[in-house]
Design a protein around this ligand. Structure first.
Ligand code: SAH
Length: 203
């Protein structure tokens, strides 16, 4: 499978049916998910590996990892309805068996993973909502991929937080990320923000 094909396949998956603003439920667009997954795949950190997707939502990243040959993907999500959609998405592409759907808060998750992949809440509703996600990623794995806002203050926070937790940033790709106007406080039909896709590695 090529990156473009992966992006197209993932962009066709179902998104949140009733997104909850307090949980910052923005699905990752197919092209952004494919960039993150392709980077991990090309560094040999997906195929045959144990993957954890923290805050899996409707399963874009989990399904993508399964399509790229992950041994198993733990899709951890506290919203039961989102997880049901994730399961449907996986079934529609025949990868349901490769994903373990775990309805829990990320702080409760405790399985080891070779690689963590995640698009955590950006913290625009609750500042530092991404903190428990980063902490959990650094606890269960030596390698993590994550998406954060491409803003100077967020970058500063991520740089300090990774360093303080014994990790380093090895990659950072800056990409446009389109959010459909799904919440009342969004005035435009489509909002385009810039995000950073990171790869973190234990020092
Ligand atoms: N990873 C998905 C969803 C991103 S939105 C994608 O890439 O499309 C962030 C997700 O994190 C939402 O589905 C939200 O319900 C979930 N979430 C927020 N806080 C959480 C927590 N403490 N534990 C588990 N999931 C959480």
């Amino acid at each position: 499978m090529k990156k473009k094909h992966l992006a197209m396949t993932l962009s066709r998956l179902r998104g949140f049916s009733n997104p909850r603003p307090e949980l910052e439920q923005y699905r990752t667009p197919g092209d952004v998910a494919a960039e993150l997954l392709w980077l991990a795949y090309s560094l040999d950190e997906v195929e045959g590996k144990v993957i954890a997707d923290l805050g899996a939502g409707t399963g874009v990243l989990s399904v993508g990892a399964a399509l790229l040959g992950a041994e198993v993907v733990y899709a951890v999500e506290k919203d039961k309805k989102a997880l049901e959609i994730a399961r449907e998405n996986a079934r529609s592409l025949g990868v349901e068996d490769g994903i373990e759907f775990i309805n829990a808060d990320v702080s409760e998750f405790s399985k080891r993973a070779d690689t963590v992949i995640m698009n955590p809440p950006f913290g625009s509703q609750n500042p530092h909502a991404d903190r428990p996600f980063l902490l959990k990623a650094f606890e269960v794995s030596d390698v993590a991929y994550s998406i954060h806002l491409a803003k100077p203050e967020v970058r500063g926070f991520i740089e300090a937080f990774t360093r303080d937790n014994g990790f380093k940033i090895t990659h950072r790709l800056t990409l446009p990320f389109e959010i459909p106007a799904q919440f009342r406080f969004h005035r435009k039909r489509l909002e385009r923000i810039m995000v950073d896709v990171y790869r973190f590695e234990r020092v």
